[in-house]
Write a protein that binds this ligand. Structure first.
Ligand SMILES: C[S@@+](CC[C@H](N)C(=O)[O-])C[C@H]1O[C@@H](n2cnc3c(N)ncnc32)[C@H](O)[C@@H]1O
Length: 229
């Protein structure tokens, strides 16, 4: 596995690619990225939910979440990159859902929210660049309310050994071009979420053979309270 990039390097990469990110990511994943986002939303968000989208980027997932929560819900978009969040804000204003959104910058490896804050915590393709993805996943779990859901999509290793070898060779090359790799590697967080106490509600592997994604939704046991984030 490639060494993760430093957060300050990641911030500068994402600030630079922000205006072309949606096009580039959809192109290299043959739009399976959006399939993953839709699955995450379908299996986690309900009307009126308080949602955190960690590593929200240009807001593609957060926009879907805000549409599903409706006006009684709230979505916090959290990201390292101001450039990515600026794109998200423009899209949210154009879609008429900006009033139910909040934009915050920071490092999702150490989230500035109290335990048990959100009904739903999302991460689509934002665990992949983290230095310690399992720690990132535990942070997502920590800020979810009891009875709430943590829903993630991330790159995973191809199951077939030959395809895995091929993907590894390709990753070695792409890793040398940070504007293309975006610091993303295949990661694994299922064990970390299970060990934290998460009950698996939904699991799927999607995407193209060379670049599969894992979609995972877990429930934090307990009963949800009525408190809003
Ligand atoms: C591949 S993009 C995914 C964006 C979006 N969630 C999506 O579905 O397209 C990864 C995002 O994670 C953000 N990111 C990377 N490391 C982060 C960190 N430590 N804390 C917060 N955001 C981070 C990047 O700035 C970028 O916006």
């Amino acid at each position: 596995m490639r060494q993760a990039l430093d957060p300050s390097k990641l911030k500068s990469i994402y600030d630079k690619v922000s205006s072309r990110y949606d096009f580039q990511h959809a192109l290299v994943t043959l739009s399976s990225d959006n399939r993953g986002r839709k699955m995450v939303i379908e299996h986690s968000v309900k009307e009126g939910d308080a949602v955190l989208d960690a590593g929200a980027g240009t807001g593609s997932t957060a926009l879907m979440a805000a549409q599903k929560t409706g006006p009684s819900g709230k979505v916090v978009l959290f990201d390292l990159s101001e450039g990515m969040l600026a794109e998200a804000k423009t899209k949210a204003e154009a879609s008429g859902v900006a009033s139910r959104m909040e934009f915050r910058t920071g490092d999702m490896s150490s989230l500035p929210f109290s335990d048990d804050t959100f009904d739903v915590v999302l991460s689509t393709y934002s665990l992949c660049p983290l230095g310690d993805p399992a720690k990132g996943a535990r942070e997502l779990y920590r800020v979810a309310k009891p009875g709430g859901r943590v829903a993630v999509a991330h790159s995973t290793d191809p199951a077939n050994p030959f395809v895995r070898w091929l993907a590894e060779q390709l990753e070695r090359i792409v890793w040398r071009i940070p504007g293309l790799s975006l610091g993303c590697r295949s990661v694994a967080v299922t064990d970390a979420l299970r060990a934290a106490g998460g009950e698996i509600l939904f699991e799927a592997t999607i995407g193209i053979p060379l670049w599969p994604f894992k979609v995972l939704v877990v429930r934090k046991p307990g009963h949800a309270s009525q408190t809003q984030a």
